[in-house]
Structures are given as C-alpha cells and as structure tokens.
Design a protein around this ligand. Sequence first.
Ligand SMILES: [Zn+2]
Length: 336
Amino acid sequence: MAVMSPPVKDGQYYFEHGDCTFLVEQVLFKLPRFALCQDANSMFADMFAVAKDDDDLAPIPLDDSAEDFRALCWAMFARPTEMYKMLAKPGDIDVQMYLRVLDIAHKYQLLEYEAWAWMMARHASDAVPARLKIAAEDELEHTLMLAVRCQDSAPELLELVESTWLARIIDGSLPHSRALTAGELYGRRKFQGEIYWNLRTRLTRGPQIASPKLGFSAFNLTDTQLNRLLLGHALLSHCMRTAADRPYLVPRLSDCHDHKPCQTFWDKSIPYPTHIGDRNWIYGGQNALEKTLPDSPFYRYELECVGSHLRSMASESNEIPDDLASYFLGPDPSSP
Ligand SMILES: [Zn+2]
C-alpha cells in the first residue's frame, strides 16, 4: 500500500505571517487572506466569508496542481524588482507561466489577475503564437479549453489556438483526428469545418492513400469522423454539381453581336467543375479556347465572351463556403 508522505511547506509561498493555509498536492501554502480577497467576487472571498475562526488551523485542501497554485502566488506576491523585470523584458518569462495564471485566476474568479495574465502574455509580442507553434496536441487541447473558458478576459486566444492548430494540420505536422475531437468537445463548428475541408482536399487532390482493402484508414479518424467527412464530401460534390449543371448560360458581352457560337463553344468544350474549390476546369477551359482560336479567326471576336467569363472566374477567390461546417456536421442547431 502506498503511504502518503506528510505535507511539506512550499519553499517560497509559506509566509509565517500569513493567516490562511492551503493544502495543494501535499504542499502547504500559507498566505495573507487580504490579498486573496481583494477581488470581492473571488471564490476565496466566499470561502472566507463562510469559514469560522476555529477553521484557521486546518489547511484548506484545494483541487489544483501545486505548480498552478504556485504560479498564482507568483503573480500575487512578486517583489517590486521582479515586477520591473517582467515589464521591461516580458519575453524572459515563459508564456506558459502567464497562461497558467490565466487558468487558475479564472477558476477562482480573480478577475484582476486573469486580465493581468493575458495582458502580460500579449505584452511579450508573439510569444503566445510562437508557443502554440511548437506545443504538443495535449497542450493545444488544454489551451483550446482555456480559450473557450476565458473568452471574456483573453478574447484573442481562441482564434490564435484554432488558426495555429489548423495551420499545423494543413502543413502536415499534426494529424486531424485529435483536433476534430477537441472541436467536438468544445462545440467549435467552424474549426471542425475547416479541418474537414482540409481532409476533403486531401481526399480529392492529395496523394493516393486509400484502397478497397485499406479504406481511408490512413486518415486515422474515428468512425463518426470518417462518416462526417464522407457525408460532407458527397454533399459538397452534389451541391456543386447542381450549381454547375447544364444548361449553363455564358454571360453575353455588350459588344458581342452573335452570341450563339459563344454558347455552343461553352456547351461543347468547357469541362465541368468536379467540386467546390476546383479550379482545374477553368484552366481546362482556357486551354480548349486557346487551341480553338488560332485556327478559327472568325470566332475570335465572338468567343471573347467565353474568354472573358473564364478570366473572371479564374480571378475569383477560391472561397470556402460560409456554412462549411454544416456540410459535415449538419445544420447548426443554434441558428434559426
Ligand atoms: Zn458572345
């Protein structure tokens, strides 16, 4: 049977003149109540409001890691010279330290410290994105959860976590499944939609990784995720096919006097787009046009409608649909 070692006093934050003691993972922290109650709405203020005097001697157990609690103490009891160094060279402090403070300050509703932690994290310019670029999936998921909880105090964090995680998925350095699961857990539809979109791009244009024997096992998705991918892929392909279905009318330029050859050429020689975001059919169409024109000077003028329309389609941005997530996840239940 494992014997629990007796509690030890924290090396830095056991103040003999403190008037309340906390037990965190077998570490004792003795602190002044006054500092913990400065935020009148904090959970500590509530805790002490109900505590009786004879509770003073018994340490109050807290369900935190000692490291997190130490970070909070660090934020509360930093010495003036240390404060000066933090402000002068914010990059010297590991940004994880600020995120730790943000996390625990949010938990105890210490609003001032929560706001301060995020200000300091941002003060060190690109320290947060730089950290996210190298963080492991565990840390990314934890930070996503933190960002969802702290949307009021750290409003930019959510976008930072999601965009950095997504970029690392797109460049192939992280897999899709864990991010999808985190997106599901925290109700991040847009994030999931963008990840599925990237999977779909790989499915249609990436290297061949699937076969009847292997299925799509190379994607390493859960059954639900794979179903969502395939459903979304089928829906997008279908909706795109419907949108591009013939008859397709080529817009007539104002100086085109006989538009019939333009339309005939379009119907016979322009390939179908195969899916939303497919640009290849446009280039196929432009090639077909180029091949036709030198030998048919008669049509050159008339076919300008075709050339002009293809050019305008080529210059349109390769836009991802706004409601992308709904193709994979179904309609958004929160929207009317
Ligand atoms: Zn025309």
